[in-house]
Design a protein around this ligand. Structure first.
Ligand code: TYM
Length: 345
């Protein structure tokens, strides 16, 4: 079984996607589909690590799928599906629960943030979440994982799990005919672009996030033009005009964030943004930012809405994607079971 280049990534269906999801990850997904075999997943099993209302969850799974397609991911070219339809994720996730060490999970900063003060009340799933994420990637022996900066630690864990599995079962892997003893690849994080960490519009030191109680802190992919304009206009800034060099953004987190957002939306570097807008007051720069944001996001919101009007068609796309995902994961899981020593029919 040769390891071939393959891209895997996913997003949680917990409400509408936001600009951080789009600029941090999805713009890279859209590029990678031109050159690579890609699998893009709606990770519903991850979503239920915290409470989800069942009707809301169903709606969110479809909404995220619609956003994927509306943003430009081609469901024929790529494999688009929701995680729970492919049992390999949960199966391999369990095996990785037995490979990963408690000490490794104890270091995960996202668990600490999400569990908050009352850790005893967090679900076991939330704790084991990074093992399932490793399974998502490795069930397809994916080699490249385009994500935002915040997923870096989880990907390092996925690499550790791949390596430990290969080491622990080295003899068995070789006995299965894989001469070099390397069954799982080391998945590479792909964290690139001017907006790998988009910050809240209300506080330039906090990540833009779905869980922020203030809707003004984020631009949702489902926001209409007026809402986008209002949120950008209300975005926190300092009182100085924009600098002309990127060095001048240091110590100015809100300015840096808005410039990064502009750069990512316009497909240019931050330096270029400052060459064009340096010296401007924020009121003026924000007007330009609204223009590029609405030009980019408006069509995505409109197309998502059109797709959401036909949920049965979205479900068909997901079922088709799941079948193709299963076909890729099946031989991997058969080999995993043989390597581990589990008897299968
Ligand atoms: P999730 O659903 O929180 O976010 C989806 C993607 O969006 C990126 N992202 C951001 N990028 C820049 N700035 C931000 N403010 C921002 N907020 C979110 C995330 O880095 C991510 O790429 N654990 C993952 C989902 C997952 C996954 C996987 C990803 C499950 N299995 C396997 C890759 C491979 C998560 O919760 O992403």
């Amino acid at each position: 079984m040769q390891i071939t280049p393959r891209v895997f990534s996913g997003m949680q269906p917990t409400g509408s996607l936001h600009l951080g999801n789009y600029l941090g990850a999805m713009v890279n997904w859209i590029e990678l589909q031109k050159t690579h075999a890609c699998i893009y997943c709606v990770v519903d099993l991850h979503a239920i690590t915290v409470w989800q209302d069942p009707d809301e969850l169903r709606r969110s799974i479809r909404q995220v799928t619609a956003a994927y397609i509306a943003a430009g991911l081609d469901p024929r070219k790529n494999v688009l599906f929701n995680q729970s339809q492919v049992s390999a994720h949960a199966e391999l996730g369990w095996i990785f629960n037995c490979v990963a060490r408690l000490g490794w999970l104890n270091r995960m900063t996202q668990f600490k943030e999400k569990a908050g003060k009352d850790r005893e009340q967090a679900s076991v799933g939330l704790y084991a979440y990074p093992n399932l994420m490793a399974a998502d990637i490795l069930a397809y022996r994916a080699t490249h994982v385009p994500v935002g900066e915040d997923q870096k630690q989880h990907l390092e864990l996925a690499r550790d799990i791949a390596q430990k599995f290969n080491n622990d079962f080295k003899g068995s892997i070789v006995a299965q005919g894989i001469a070099d003893g390397v069954f799982f690849p080391q998945p590479e994080p792909v964290i690139t672009g001017p907006a790998t960490r988009v910050m809240s519009l209300r506080d330039g030191t906090k990540k833009m996030s779905k869980s922020d109680p203030s809707d003004l802190s984020r631009i949702n992919l489902s926001d209409d033009a007026d809402t986008v304009a209002r949120k950008v206009q209300k975005a926190k800034t300092d009182t100085e005009p924009l600098p002309s060099e990127t060095a001048g953004l240091e110590g100015r987190p809100e300015a840096d964030n808005l410039v990064g957002i502009y750069a990512a939306l316009a497909h240019i570097g931050k330096q270029q943004v400052l060459r064009d807008h340096g010296g401007q007051q924020f009121s003026q720069f924000k007007r330009s930012l609204v223009e590029v944001a609405v030009a980019k996001l408006g069509p995505i919101a409109a197309e998502s809405e059109r797709l959401m009007a036909d949920p049965a068609e979205i479900d068909r796309v997901l079922a088709d994607g799941a079948e193709r995902a299963r076909a890729i994961a099946r031989p991997v899981m058969e080999k995993v079971k043989d390597i581990v020593g589990l008897i299968r029919s």
